[in-house]
Structure formats: structure tokens, C-alpha cells
Design a protein around this ligand. Structure first.
Ligand code: PLP
Length: 233
């Protein structure tokens, strides 16, 4: 299958899932996860009108960042080490960090954004499935965390992100997506100054439809767009 055929399929899935849930498909942003994919393949996806790309490692993002003239919106979706934040802060086109998972990291982002005289928009990664192998705050920790970071001037919280466990039947992970949305609703009711709950980043190649039915505003899709990743490179 060509990239265009794959993208057509995904766009169709997004539309069908959105309409099942009575939602407008235009509210759902498709982020193409380009980790371990070549520049040529990224170019094919860009040519199909996708302008949002996600990477999970800072070094790989840096390598790709300067290779394109287009106004790409880059998303950092992977676990972020504090000593790498400075590189992201220098990238104007790094529009959203999906993976804020500790107060120490948040402080570093706020500090580095200040040094670059910019605002960095972030999502808080929540480990709703309480999976020992995954990063993210526990659901019960999130409100205290947000209260702490709400005074940060240069780092702004726009919503939540989660990674569901990998399962064959995506129905199994529906409760986790639902929990993330319920948490966002609860947070909104707290009216924490400066904290927004506009975005829910959830759903990947295998489970994007279920995630959209449960309220995803951003889906992060890799292999279903690009084909399998090349881990040998
Ligand atoms: C790799 C990755 C994705 C995309 O996974 P696919 O199954 O290829 O769609 C989405 N989110 C995160 C955080 C990832 O690391």
C-alpha cells in the first residue's frame, strides 16, 4: 500500500469513529509518528498534507528538524530527560511536549522556555493503566501536580496524554481512555488558573477509533501511516 492509501484509510477511520460518537472529525488532530522512519518517507507524508509529526527521542528529532523547509509542527511524544530539554526549547517548531511526567522535568521546561523567551505547551502524561513499565503520573497525583505548575509562566498545560497497554482487542483499553477523559473533566471542575484541558492525546495505530469514541483530540499514529519501523538503522 502507498502512503496515500494508508492515510486515506486512517482518515476514513477517524471520520467514522467521530461520527459514531457524534463528534466533528475536524476536532481530531492526526499526528504522524515518524520515529525510525526515513526522511523520504516523511516527505511522502508531508506531500499528503500532514503537517504534524511526532518523535520520541530528542536526538532523532534534532536530526530531522532542519531537513524540511515546510512549517512542520513537531511533537515530542517520548520520555524526556531533563538534560535534553534545552534542545527542544531552542526549536520554535516544537509545538507540544506530550510527555511531562515529573515536577523536576516541568521545572526544567519552564526554566529553559524562560531562557529562550518563549512559552512551551505541554500535556501531562498519565499512567491510567498503572502499568509498571510505563512512564506517567498516577491519576491521583495529577491535581496536586497541576496546582504546583499552574504558576509557571513559561510552561503551559494544555491537556493530558496516555499510552494504553498493547492488546489485540482495542475494546480492552476503552476503560483507560474513558478514565483519562473523566480525569480531564474533574480537573476542569477544579478551575486551576492557567491550566487548560483542551487536548486529550490518546490512541495509536491499533486503538485510535476507540480513543476517538472516548474523546481523543489528538491521535498519534505511526505504523498505520508509514508501515513498519526500521529498528536496524
Ligand atoms: C511509537 C509511538 C506511537 C505510534 O505507535 P504506532 O503503534 O506505530 O501507531 C504513539 N505514541 C507514542 C508515545 C509512541 O512512542
Amino acid at each position: 500500500m502507498t502512503v496515500k492509501q494508508r492515510l486515506d484509510q486512517i482518515r476514513e477511520k477517524i471520520e467514522v469513529a467521530a461520527s459514531r460518537a457524534g463528534r466533528n472529525p475536524d476536532e481530531i488532530k492526526l499526528v504522524a509518528v515518524s520515529k525510525k522512519q526515513s526522511l523520504d518517507k516523511i516527505k511522502d507524508v508531508l506531500d499528503e498534507g500532514i503537517l504534524d509529526f511526532g518523535e520520541s527521542r530528542v536526538q532523532e528529532l534534532r536530526d530531522k528538524y532542519d531537513s524540511f523547509e515546510q512549517e512542520i509542527n513537531w511533537h515530542m511524544i517520548g520520555h524526556l530527560q531533563r538534560n535534553k530539554v534545552k534542545y527542544l526549547a531552542r526549536m520554535d517548531k516544537c509545538k507540544l511536549i506530550h510527555s511531562v511526567d515529573s515536577l523536576r522535568l516541568a521545572k526544567k521546561i519552564n526554566k529553559r522556555a524562560n531562557m529562550e523567551d518563549r512559552q512551551m505547551n505541554v500535556l501531562i502524561q498519565v499512567n491510567v493503566a498503572e502499568d509498571e513499565n510505563k512512564y506517567g503520573l498516577m491519576s491521583e497525583e495529577v491535581i496536586d501536580f497541576l496546582t504546583e505548575v499552574s504558576s509557571f509562566e513559561y510552561m503551559k498545560v494544555k491537556g493530558l496524554m496516555t499510552i494504553a497497554p498493547y492488546v489485540d482487542d482495542p475494546e480492552e483499553v476503552r476503560p483507560y481512555f474513558r478514565k483519562l477523559r473523566e480525569l480531564a473533566v474533574k480537573i476542569e471542575a477544579e478551575k486551576i488558573p492557567g491550566v487548560e484541558m483542551k487536548e486529550l492525546s490518546m490512541g495509536m495505530s491499533n486503538d485510535l477509533e476507540v480513543a476517538i469514541e472516548e474523546g481523543a483530540t489528538i491521535v498519534r499514529v505511526g505504523s498505520a501511516i508509514f508501515g513498519p519501523r526500521n529498528y536496524n538503522k
